[in-house]
Design a protein around this ligand. Structure first.
Ligand code: AFD
Ligand code: MN
Ligand code: MN
Length: 423
């Protein structure tokens, strides 16, 4: 952990330059204070599986100093939150991160000012002592015993979550098929629905269940929750506590994700979000590193759709990062991702929605584009920095991380060879 004087010293150094930038931009936009307030409230959950190096099926290159226990993962997230005051939540994956001593983990979270966001179950891998295999699916499986095992696991995940104060469960299924004829689509759908219904009936009253979809991988012919239409079917059939979860990397190339988001909010069925970026598939790259304009357009629909439905931006949806860090330091990568999310959110808040509405009513196509791009092209980084400064975080989170040689410190403490659980 950093101490306050280290953060203050860092901020002192950058203050004069920051002030110039902030004075300028707050003078040309209508409501810098309103944006700062919203940014301060907005928190993005860090997934417990993203604190170590990821890998591909061709290999994995460890970066050193990785957290090897849940406690160490919490420390890492606490540090991120200290640096940016925007990542005040954790999303846990079971069984990778079982909170064996829930009380201790909860009090550690309180020390770092962290909350527990959605819990994630895992029926896409076989665990060591598992009785039945998920090789041919979990909730869709032809064998009722396998389906029941998957249901029981999810109910156990809910129990862990209740102990920690979480109130949502994300279900991502790898279920599907790799070859034509391997399964009966309708039976797979119906089995999955029945399994989800069993979980739904065990869901506490104040909980939500998020059904995450993904187009392909690990199955390459069909996926049983393959797109937002399928996810929405399940969510609608399950009931009002069930929602669709959008993961940015889970679409077929060039899908219009902003339109999907808009319609899901219109149906009151968007529950959660996994941020990442992608060039080709489920690449899990740093948020905003490939398609920042698309991210802005998505946020524009999120803001508009949430406002139209009277939703609280900060608390009514589950905001999470879901990324894998194969090359970069995971902590640096996560700092960049949170910054990109906040930037797109702030830009979306800047859109002159009244003027846009008028342009749309007048079929003023060029005018509408000007309005969007005007917001997108305004450099709001000083507004983000100001929000951090006021919260006691760092003017430059990544800059301070490097100045303090935090990765080297972690390697000194934990060693070069530690490996975090996750993919
Ligand atoms: C998957 C999904 C997901 C799941 C994760 C596991 O995006 O949300 O929990 O990978 O690491 O692709
Ligand atoms: Mn995901
Ligand atoms: Mn994914």
């Amino acid at each position: 952990m950093l101490n306050k004087s280290q953060i203050d010293a860092h901020n002192e150094k950058g203050l004069a330059k920051h002030k110039k930038g902030f004075d300028y931009v707050s003078g040309i936009i209508p409501d810098a204070e309103g944006i700062i307030k919203k940014l301060t409230d907005f928190q993005v959950a860090i997934p417990s599986w993203a604190l170590g190096s990821g890998g591909t099926r061709f290999g994995r290159f460890s970066g050193g100093g990785e957290p090897s226990t849940l406690e160490e993962k919490m420390e890492d997230i606490g540090l991120l939150h200290q640096l940016n005051r925007s990542s005040g939540a954790v999303s846990l994956h079971i069984p990778w991160d079982i909170p064996t001593d829930a009380k201790a983990i909860k009090s550690l979270a309180a020390d770092f000012d962290l909350k527990f966001d959605a819990m994630n179950s895992n029926t896409f891998q076989d665990q060591k002592d598992q009785k039945l295999s998920y090789k041919f699916g979990s909730m869709q499986h032809v064998d009722k015993g396998v389906r029941q095992q998957a249901v029981d696991h999810n109910i156990e995940v809910i129990k862990y979550g209740q102990e920690l104060g979480s109130n949502s469960l994300t279900v991502w299924l790898a279920d599907g098929s790799s070859f034509p004829g391997q399964l009966n689509f309708r039976n797979a759908f119906n089995n999955t629905l029945e399994s989800l219904q069993s979980i739904y009936s065990a869901l506490p009253d104040d909980w939500k269940i998020f059904v995450e979809y993904k187009a392909f991988e690990p199955n390459f012919y069909s996926t049983t929750v393959g797109d937002w239409g399928q996810s929405l079917l399940y969510a609608n059939k399950l009931g009002e506590k069930a929602y669709t979860l959008v993961d940015l990397g889970h679409h077929l190339p060039n899908a219009n994700i902003e339109q999907i988001v808009s319609l899901l909010l219109n149906e009151r069925k968007l529950g959660g979000f996994h941020f990442n970026d992608s060039k080709y598939g489920d690449d899990d790259l740093t948020v905003g590193s490939i398609k920042p304009y698309q991210l802005f357009l998505i946020f524009k629909e999120l803001v508009e759709g949430m406002d139209a439905r009277g939703l609280n931006h900060a608390t009514d949806l589950g905001w999470m990062i879901d990324a894998s860090h194969n090359i970069k330091d995971p902590l640096e990568d996560l700092l960049q991702s949170v910054e990109a999310i906040n930037l797109a959110y702030a830009q979306a808040l800047l859109v002159d929605s009244k003027a846009l509405n008028e342009a749309q009513l007048n079929n003023d196509v060029a005018g509408a584009q000007e309005i969007l791009q005007d917001a997108y092209r305004t450099d709001l980084r000083p507004v983000l920095a100001e929000a951090r400064l006021r919260e006691g975080a760092a003017l430059s989170p990544l800059g301070l991380f490097r100045e303090q040689k935090i990765r080297q410190q972690l390697i000194g403490k934990r060693g070069e060879k530690t490996v975090a659980t996750g993919l």
